[in-house]
Design a protein around this ligand. Structure first.
Ligand code: CO
Ligand code: ZN
Length: 334
């Protein structure tokens, strides 16, 4: 699974620019499914038939956070706007790649005095930072990174053994878990796998997918925050390597109680480690799915992930593997 995670996370596909990642996932799955559809928004929906009419939807968003170029000055410095929850603090000192041209840039900060720089660092926002692609003029920069071009963090996948690091674990790890589940499972119900677009812009893709499929219940697969680093979130109890997390709630939704119990029972029965998650901020596609159509009972299965939305998101491979085991058992039973 490590190799699949590496390949998925190395693809640069921010929200609204998902064609590269969609192509890869479809190619990865085409021999393991009974059919697929790419809808008008670009969501990839695949399915695998079972013996019953019951419909189960598993969703993972395939976009990642990023930036878009919004202004170029006469010296060729580029201003950027956020695509999703990307922090100016994480951008400082990091590298950006604009995949459509392959051009890379580094992020700098404004300041005419050292006090200025200190003040800007304290109150950092996108007004105070810029991308330097090495251009010497507006014309040169415009050639390489025209206004409206999307970019993502340019960082390499790190293999630490059991733990792996990438800019896009959110949510390519969910995509990896979903791909593996679809490949390995012989579903009893009709299994739909949705690789949705633009989650980071407000759960855009999943809401139309769920309306279209109208499943009996749904589970979003996404990352969650952590509490096991020095002075980590003390109101949360999520640790890397202790198993996938069955979400009770986050800031956008409460998981359907029956969905939670189903996941918990399957984990208990199959001796699969799991954690119970209360995330004190954020939300997942489950929030959009549950309120579409006439209402769809929904929950989230999370992969614990350190440093979410930074250029270096870390997960434990055991958690991903146990999430696949749990979902496989679920779809073979339901
Ligand atoms: Co995210
Ligand atoms: Zn996510």
């Amino acid at each position: 699974m490590k190799d699949l995670i590496r390949k998925l996370t190395e693809i640069n596909s921010p929200s609204g620019r998902e064609s590269r990642i969609r192509e890869f996932i479809l190619n990865e799955l085409k021999d393991s499914i009974d059919g697929y559809e790419v809808d008008k928004l670009g969501n990839l929906i695949v399915w695998k038939n079972g013996q019953t009419e019951k419909k189960l939807l598993l969703d993972a968003h395939m976009d990642e956070i990023g930036v878009v170029s919004s202004f170029i000055d006469e010296k060729g410095f580029i201003r950027i706007e956020a695509i999703g929850g990307i922090s100016a603090y994480n951008l400082i000192g990091s590298r950006i790649i604009f995949p459509d041209s392959g051009v890379e840039g580094v992020v700098g900060i404004e300041g005419e005095t050292t006090q200025d720089v200190q003040k800007n660092l304290k109150e950092l926002n996108f007004d105070k930072i810029f991308v330097d692609i090495g251009a010497k003029s507006r014309e040169e920069a415009e050639e390489l990174v025209p206004i409206g071009m999307f970019g993502v963090y340019s960082t390499e996948f790190i293999d630490m053994g059991k733990r792996v690091v990438s800019k896009a674990m959110d949510d390519r790890i969910g995509c990896a878990v979903l791909i593996e589940t679809i490949k390995r499972a012989k579903p009893k119900c009709r299994l739909y796998g949705a690789f949705s677009v633009q989650e980071e812009m407000g759960l855009v893709g999943a809401s139309v997918v769920a309306f279209n499929i109208n499943p009996d219940f749904a589970i979003a697969l996404d990352v969650t925050a952590w509490s096991d680093t020095p002075k980590g979130y003390k109101r949360m109890s999520i640790e890397l390597g202790k198993g996938p997390a069955i979400k009770i709630k986050d800031n956008a939704s409460i998981s359907d109680r029956n969905v939670v119990e189903k996941l918990r029972n399957i984990a208990e029965k199959n001796n699969i480690p799991y954690q119970i998650e209360i995330l004190i901020f954020g939300g997942t596609d489950a929030a959009a799915i549950q309120r579409t159509s006439a209402g769809i009972p929904s929950g989230t299965l999370s992969i614990p992930c350190r440093y979410v939305h930074s250029p270096h998101e870390m997960i434990d491979l055991d958690d991903a593997e146990n999430a696949v085991r749990l979902l496989k058992a679920l779809v073979e039973e339901e």
